[in-house]
Design a protein around this ligand. Sequence first.
Ligand code: MN
Length: 202
Amino acid sequence: MNEKKSVYTLLDLPYGYSELEPIISEEQLRVHHDKHHRAYINAANSILEKLSGEMREEEKKNAARDLSFNLGGHILHSLFWPTMAPPGKGGEPGELFSSLVKKDFGSFHKFKDIFSQNAISVQGSGWSALSYDPNIGKLLITQIEKHNVNLYPVLPIIMVLDVWEHAYYLDYQNKRGDFIEGFWKIVNWYEIENRLGLLKGV
Ligand code: MN
């Protein structure tokens, strides 16, 4: 029988905990993946369990809001981990990606600048995301506050960077810009090209 699991689960990282060093330390990655990401999963599962029982109207309203937040956290982290690869292992920007970047941003350098600025300017906790809208064939840089605010519904994300303090504080303290600079050295360009290829049907 092929029954689907009815709970969300934490997947292992696609690399070892120390393999993103020196950009992200083992300690930082363990806390982020094992504690923070797991906490969103546990919360989403416990809300789902509560929703299946009796609840007051007010509780239901809060549960729906909390589910959106925690599930958003789970989905975004699940997209984030494979966006990265150990230094030197992520390859170079692929052909599909590069031609879209040239068309939509002029050059890779400009794209990198805009994406970085977008990440730096997230107020409080949030994400910088690169989406591809297959309807207009365009790359779009978006900002996500917390895990769910300003997220365009059903616009597929091909690259995402977590700029919550919990993502970098142990390594970089308040220097978010340094963390973002480091991120470019561990981008998994193979994964990004794959995601784009699936969306473009090539
Ligand atoms: Mn995070």
